[in-house]
Design a protein around this ligand. Sequence first.
Ligand code: PAF
Length: 283
Amino acid sequence: MQIITEPCQMQAVVEKLRLNRQLIAVVMTMGALHEGHLSLVKQARSLAGTVILTIFVNPKQFGPDEDFHRYPRPFELDASHAKAAGVDYLFAPSPEAIYPEGFQTTVQTGAVAEGLEGMKRPGHFNGVVTVVTKLLHITKPHIALFGEKDAQQLAVINRLVRDLNLDVRIIGAPIVREENGLAVSSRNIYLSKEQRESATVLFRGILHAEKELAAGRTDLAAIAGEIERMIAGEPECRPDYVCFVHDNDFMTAETAEPAREYRLLIAAYAGTVRLIDNRRFTT
Ligand code: PAF
């Protein structure tokens, strides 16, 4: 595995690979690699001859009160996981390499990024699509894989690719869970033993929705309210939002209609750690 830190060096490598008709897949991360990231790498390995993993903690997608400075950066460990998972190139630029002095051009998101995470984290998705656009131009992949845990991010990136005619195929990969149902996340390391236990309520909320919808209920807003109360009832937990959206445009859905696709989105705090989870349902 080769580690590359300079955008122009990465671009030179991928240009050569493309000339040699190599199929390239990229997995973009902010590091602190976990089973979710590694499952993306595994899928990338099965789809393409060359796999690039990017590690970049993107300052532009963190709000002023968020955890940018304390975000975990275990680079040596990440590099060894990446190598063991079969990554060919690890692209790990510095903030100055991505945002050099004078940087001023950004990508703006639209309606799909406005609610939910977009509302709770102003500017977040503009930061995400700006860096994703840059990383796509630097790594020039045929395929880019993203986890479905960040469901709204995936929808925003799909919109970006369609709207700007970016020549890449986006693949969403299923959420990886711990045995107790907790969705794996780089932020789980902040959780105490007790908080980790309480945080399983997000998954229990998903199972509650699954059961209620299977029983024929259509009152999505009421089910979301029940899940909020389940979360509020757990020690050290509080809901941020629980809501069903139409899976195609992420607009809120109050009542389920037959043969439609909805997504339940949950954001909640366990202590000071903000966690998200989701599940798609077809009625
Ligand atoms: O999902 C993430 O880890 C980040 O938002 C991404 C896509 C790597 C952009 O910084």
